[in-house]
Design a protein around this ligand. Structure first.
Ligand code: SF4
Ligand code: SF4
Ligand SMILES: [Zn+2]
Length: 273
């Protein structure tokens, strides 16, 4: 397998992965979405709520706020030695919110949540939660835990994780550079270079085949297909974890699951013997 980083910043990562097949790419995608844990608010005690929003709506909104996650310092509740339903300092982070609109209407933002651990906080302090009218008050305690996307989407560390085939565009000698395919391409992948057609930013190609349909030649002088065993993998983090950490964790989980499968096969085999 060969991996090339095409783009990367604090939130996004785009990789070219070669030498693998569709089931492998799909396993990676599914692990990122449903198995890589992140922190989210999971339990709320409402002490006072005189706003017009019901407790359930506030709770739902709080649950969906992405939180910065520290996988080294916290355990998944099911793996924590405390074995307590309420949790302990190794599997739970407490947040407090106590806001009153004294002077006039005010909006409560994610930044109003006070965390007991300054490294586990909302990824942005500008996420609006609710608006209070004058003299309304919300006071609550919220408990965040690690969890997995397969149990609830609030525990997905990504807002997007996809892969697509790596495009292959071939232009043959019959091309007279009429430019019809350039006009039709929605992604501006094709360009004219002298009296030749060339490709540019090929990874933007969606394999839509519009250029092939636009070609007046019969058969078309342009062919669009995909490279065998080469994929473009896109990941957009919610900022709960850096994109490379999400990938590392997905690969670690895949490795662990394969080892478990191998040991189960061995156990079954020795039972038969
Ligand atoms: S297949 Fe679609 S996106 Fe790709 S080059 Fe042709 S028109 Fe452009
Ligand atoms: S439409 Fe066909 S003939 Fe015209 S430039 Fe494109 S590939 Fe060449
Ligand atoms: Zn615990």
């Amino acid at each position: 397998m060969e991996i090339k980083v095409l783009e990367k910043d604090d939130m996004n990562m785009r990789l070219l992965i070669q030498g693998v097949d569709v089931p492998f790419m799909n396993a990676l995608r599914r692990l990122v979405i449903s198995e890589v844990p992140c922190m989210a608010i999971d339990e709320i005690v409402i002490i006072e709520n005189s706003s017009i929003l019901q407790d359930e709506i506030i709770s739902h909104r709080l649950g969906l706020i992405p939180l910065k996650t520290d996988l080294e310092s916290y355990n998944l509740p099911e793996d924590c030695p405390c074995k307590s339903e309420f949790g302990c300092n190794l599997c739970r982070v407490t947040f407090a919110l106590d806001t009153e609109a004294k002077g006039g209407p005010r909006t409560i933002y994610s930044g109003d949540l006070v965390s007991e651990n300054p490294s586990i906080i909302p990824v942005s302090d500008k996420i609006p939660i609710l608006k209070l009218a004058k003299e309304q008050r919300v006071k609550l305690e919220a408990y965040a835990r690690l969890g997995k996307g397969k149990h609830h989407a609030k525990w997905q560390p990504v807002s997007m994780c996809t892969y697509k085939y790596y495009p292959k565009i071939e232009i043959n000698k019959r091309c007279d550079a009429c430019g019809k395919c350039i006009e039709r391409c929605p992604k501006k992948v094709l360009i004219k270079a002298g009296n030749k057609i060339e490709t540019h930013e090929m990874i933007s190609c969606t394999l839509c085949q519009d250029c092939v349909e636009a070609c007046p030649q019969t058969p078309p002088a342009i062919a669009v297909s995909s490279e065998e065993n080469a994929f473009i993998f896109n990941l957009e983090s919610t900022c709960a974890l850096p994109p490379e950490r999400i990938m590392q964790e997905a690969v670690r989980i895949l490795d662990k699951q394969l080892k478990e499968l191998e040991s189960q096969i061995k156990v079954k085999k020795s039972e038969k013997d």
